[in-house]
Design a protein around this ligand. Structure first.
Ligand code: G6P
Length: 602
């Protein structure tokens, strides 16, 4: 989703901004732009629809500057056009603004304050930059005009503003959308994600909502909207647990998919010792104090949460609910007396989850975030946070974060179960099971060429596909279908195998691809029957079964593993099938259309 970068005090601002924007590409965007000023009377505004490479090509040697702002836009208000691309400029060409978020009262502000101004775009952002200019025209300083606009604005925002009359200063503010200040020596930077500016500095200051920052090349002044100064020291941000470089892989998705066994081993090293779970005392206490757990997540993380529920219920004996964050935030649940909300989020920035976190704080519910980005908003603002330790995940289609989430939930469930003296936890060895899962995943990844053939056989010319299974196999079916649809654009659905016959089987026709997961001993025979039923109606069926349950004719065998962790294996062929389906259709696997990696609007 929209990405922001800013810099002040460097000889080569266009280069720094373009490099930063390239690092934010993973978030998803459909246009990009930058504004630079050389602080000697020259400035440049360059925007392009499409990829950053198009913007790079348009930024020729004449475009020079020592300060500036850059933006990748993921369209919300208005189509992805040049006019709607950021930075936006005020009609008097004094102010340049980039924005991430959604201003919900833009129309009202426009009607009230911008009667005489003709807008050049369809965006809420332009309303804000025009508003600042109108306020400045009444005699307010740039900062006072910005503050006045911020006081009127409703909605979410991260802003970076340049006043062309004073290019020695960058103005920054945020509410709900993420934004960090990076502190350098003789320069300062701004970014939606530290990753974008790690080449420049590793010293970052996280901003709180409703703070206004005035940046020069050598100073960072943070204040509350009422002008009260805020003192906050920078923190060191390091890329650990792997890197964000593509290396020899053609796509990040394939790289990250391949990293999954390493991620499992890393989690074991971090959260277990001598086969025993080791959790921070505060986390264990929070888990033990709860009489019901609420796993709150979106997308793939939600699917990982679904697998976590039986883990907590079986190993720890604690009732567990799994909720879509976008639903939970606004629809009041009947809550337990002692709830613990566990946020599952790769990015730590998903706006839907942040809204639930705000609600939890208002209600006084304790919170724990499991995230891959230690410096993220949800990590900082929850009562406690644990790292998924998966390393940067760049591909929009999440792979290793799913593995890390399922594994960390299993570790937490066993840690809690042991602490509560639950017999099921005592009988379970999560460390052993996760190391088996790591080697099982590696074996399955080695079978990529077979899965490529299977994907060609199943999906060439296909417009829809079904994944079926029961129990945890059904839960993986949901993730498998999401993976396929998000990167291959084949309409895909995951089904509880028994439900197919209650309606959806009507969609089965000659050659409809159906992938059946069979790893649950209690229901294997039933799922096999369901697979036979769709085959009898012409479907092309791919049967993926665990070794213990495999039968002749099954196309893929999964190594055996405790049933509750089987999704760690089942998900690998699902990921590979989706990857190859996208690849063979010639799509940009890492950057599927319309999607964003870090979804910072609700
Ligand atoms: C976006 C991404 C998905 C991700 C979801 C939740 O939709 O494209 O891959 O699963 O957000 O993101 P989170 O960072 O909270 O796990």
């Amino acid at each position: 989703m929209c990405g922001i970068v800013g810099v002040i005090g460097v000889p080569n601002a266009p280069e720094v901004l373009l490099a930063g924007l390239a690092k934010l590409e993973y978030r998803g965007y459909d246009s990009a732009g930058l504004y630079v000023n050389d602080q000697a009377g020259h400035d440049f505004l360059v925007k392009r629809v499409g990829r950053i490479s198009a913007l790079e090509a348009a930024v020729d040697a004449s475009v020079q500057g020592t300060m500036g702002i850059g933006h990748t836009r993921w369209a919300t208000n208005g189509r992805p056009t040049l006019a709607n691309a950021h930075p936006h400029v005020s009609a008097d060409e004094r102010f340049y603004l980039v924005h991430n978020g959604v201003i919900t009262n833009a129309a009202a502000l426009q009607a009230q304050y911008l009667q005489g101004v003709t807008l050049a775009s369809d965006t809420d952002t332009e309303v804000v930059v025009q508003l600042i200019a109108v306020f400045a025209q009444t005699g307010l300083s740039a900062k006072a005009a910005f503050r006045r606009a911020l006081q009127l604005i409703e909605g979410s925002y991260a802003f970076c503003l340049v006043d062309r009359l004073d290019p020695s200063t960058l103005f920054v503010a945020k509410n709900q959308s993420p934004l960090l200040i990076g502190v350098g020596t003789g320069f300062n930077v701004v970014a939606s994600d530290a990753l974008a500016m790690l080449d420049q500095t590793d010293q970052f200051i996280a901003l709180a909502d409703h703070e206004l920052v005035t940046l020069t090349a050598t100073t960072v002044r943070i204040e509350a909207l009422d002008g009260t100064p805020v003192v906050r020291a920078p923190q060191t941000v390091r890329l650990t647990d792997g890197d964000a470089e593509l290396g020899a892989y053609p796509f990040y998705m394939l790289k990250e998919l391949n990293e999954q066994p390493t991620v499992l081993r890393r989690l074991l090293a971090r959260y277990t010792a001598d086969g025993q779970v080791q959790l921070p005392a505060a986390v264990l206490q929070a888990l033990q104090a709860a009489d019901r757990l609420y796993l709150v997540a979106a997308g793939t993380s939600y699917h990982a949460g679904l697998v976590g529920k039986p883990l907590f219920e079986q190993l720890a004996g604690v009732p567990t609910e799994v909720h879509l964050a976008s639903e939970f935030a606004y629809h009041q649940q009947l809550m337990a007396a002692k709830p613990l909300l566990i946020f599952l989020t790769q990015s730590g920035e998903t706006a839907d989850l942040r809204q639930v976190l705000l609600k939890a704080k208002a209600e006084g519910w304790p919170t724990l975030t499991l995230t891959n980005v230690a410096s993220s908003t949800l990590a900082r603002e929850a009562d406690a946070a644990l790292s998924l330790a998966a390393g940067p995940e760049i591909a929009v289609a999440s792979t290793k974060a799913y593995t890390a989430q399922v594994a960390l939930l299993a570790i937490l469930a066993q840690g809690l179960g042991v602490a509560q003296a639950q017999p099921a936890a005592a009988a379970f060895n999560v460390a052993h099971q996760l190391s088996l899962a790591a080697s099982g995943q590696a074996q399955l990844i080695d079978q990529a060429p077979r899965l490529h053939e299977a994907a060609q056989h199943l999906f060439t010319g296909a417009t829809r596909a079904f994944y079926i299974g029961r129990g945890t196999d059904w839960l993986v079916s949901l993730e498998a279908a999401l993976k396929l649809k998000e990167i291959s654009y084949i309409q895909a659905e995951g089904f509880a195998a028994g439900e197919l016959k209650h309606g959806t089987i009507a969609l089965i026709e000659a050659d409809t691809p159906v992938i059946a997961f069979i790893t649950d001993p209690a229901t294997a025979a039933h799922t096999r029957s369901n697979a036979a039923e769709v085959a009898a109606r012409g479907a092309q069926v791919l049967r993926i079964a665990s070794a213990a349950l495999a039968e002749p004719g099954d196309q893929l065998r999964l190594p055996d593993l405790d049933a509750c962790l089987m999704p760690l294996l089942t998900v690998i062929p699902a990921q590979l099938l989706a990857y190859f389906a996208s690849l063979d259709r010639g799509y940009d696997v890492d950057r599927p259309r319309n999607l964003a990696k870090s979804v910072t609007v609700e």
